[in-house]
Write a protein that binds this ligand. Sequence first.
Ligand SMILES: [Zn+2]
Length: 581
Amino acid sequence: MNPVAQRSGWWVLAVLVLVRAGVASPPPGRAAVAPGQVARLDDRHGLLLEAEPLAGEGLLAFAERLCGDRSRGDQVEGVRGPGGALLAGVRYGVPYDCLTPTMRSKVVAALFPGGTPTSAGWRYRVPGSGRQVSGLWELSEWLTGAGENFGAIREHNRLVDETLSGEQVVVVPASLLRAPLRALVEGVRVATPTSNELRYGADREGEYAGYRLRPGEALYSSVVVRFTGRLFAEEVNALAEEIAQRSGIADVADIPVGFEVKIPLDLLTPEHLPPGHPGRVEYEAGLSESAQYTNKISARGLDGVTVVLDAGHGGRDVGAATGGVWESLYVYDVMLRVRRLLQEKTNARVLTTTRDGASYVIQDRDVLTHSQGHAVLVTPPYAIEEGRVGTNLRWYLANDLLERERRARRDPEQVVFLSIHADSLHPSVRGAMVYVPGLLPIPSEYGMSGVVYTSRREVKSQPRVSFSRQERVESEGLSRDLADHLIQQFRRSRLAVHPNQPVRDRIVRGRNSRPWVPAVLRYNGIPAKVLLEICNLANAEDRALVKTRAFRERVAEAIVAGLLDYYDVATTPSQVAAAGR
Ligand SMILES: [Zn+2]
């Protein structure tokens, strides 16, 4: 949904509420979500999505598309007979509880623009900027069904009066909300993986989250990696030690099953904070806001799509180097394989940010020969001397490509940016993981100085970048959508994927430093952009695999399947391997 529609939706509602002043207003009823999709709210059914099947779509595919699960077909309303066929042009009801998280967000956003369920209650951001748009009474009537609740809302938010102004945020506590909205807020409280597993408390040393270890669980992988978001080996071990001491554990290798481990609150990632904690509420709100934005462009065979492929590091920056494996060589090889597949099997336009030497050559061998010939393809090219400069020139290059797409009147959403890396993390973690640009604070304007930058055409034409909050929210939504498709295809290919949170929106490192988003994503204007870590080089199994052509080709196939799937539906890696153009 675009902000204009949200705003006009608000005005329509505000007018309706004013006309009906003094009368309990009916639930908002219906709102369009997308072509062929309507969100509905009524007292009997609660929240519902009414959706038409796609051409030729059966019940199982319909359920998979909207619910993420084929077995949910029996919960679709209006289907005649068991396993009955779907009719074109007919809308079938899908209960809210059956929908995928993304579809849920869209339903809620359509019916209640400007609002998001959080563990603290319904969080509503007043549209507009600076001007007074409406009062608390109207808001109360809309969200709670009774204007009289305005006083309680005012008290809860410690507001000075009953007027609201643009961008103001108001939280309506769950106990006051209309039943379906209250159910959504309660859903947020129980949907998090930790709510039943973490017990929050406080002792002399401060607030903590308690977790009881299960048989076979280790402190570093089941507690530190999972709840603190830390992944780097030294830090994981140091925090495991710190948590052990705080919990009164003498021997980390011998913790009794069921023993309560105490994790200091300030170490937890936001989604693991106690329900209603300001840090968690802020995070949940950002998540539900960005989830309203998913790819809307359909492009069979990637027709009209530009894929920007970025192999991490290169040149003198070899990246992670573990057991003689240079990250730079192996991710460049995967990038070349993705490029070849895209060129042979899709209609996508493929651009790369780097090249090793004068042409693209795929080595037909398992263990790759060393090379430091990679250059970033800015004008003139930058033979990579320093990793940081190489990274910054990549986002300049990406922004330049995007600008040219815009001038050619192509939709920025037809461009994707994929950065390919390999991790060097705690050896206990395995598999692929994707970073997306989360809504962390960034400078309002940013640019590099120094001749290594200013001598490049791409820097000269756009020396500084800045992004609006709205652009960042949309970009996070599209990037998460892309990341989910990539991870799904990795799973379908039986490639290893991180067990906890394979899609991450931040890197957390250091006891007291702020989390951050990788620079190549942070200042990159391409809306759909991800950084994919194909495996963990510090894990012996992953490292052995990456040293084989077969594995790298499988990874490339999964990536291409993910891209095809993002712009179309129902693509599998084996189809990519088999398909001709
Ligand atoms: Zn890397």
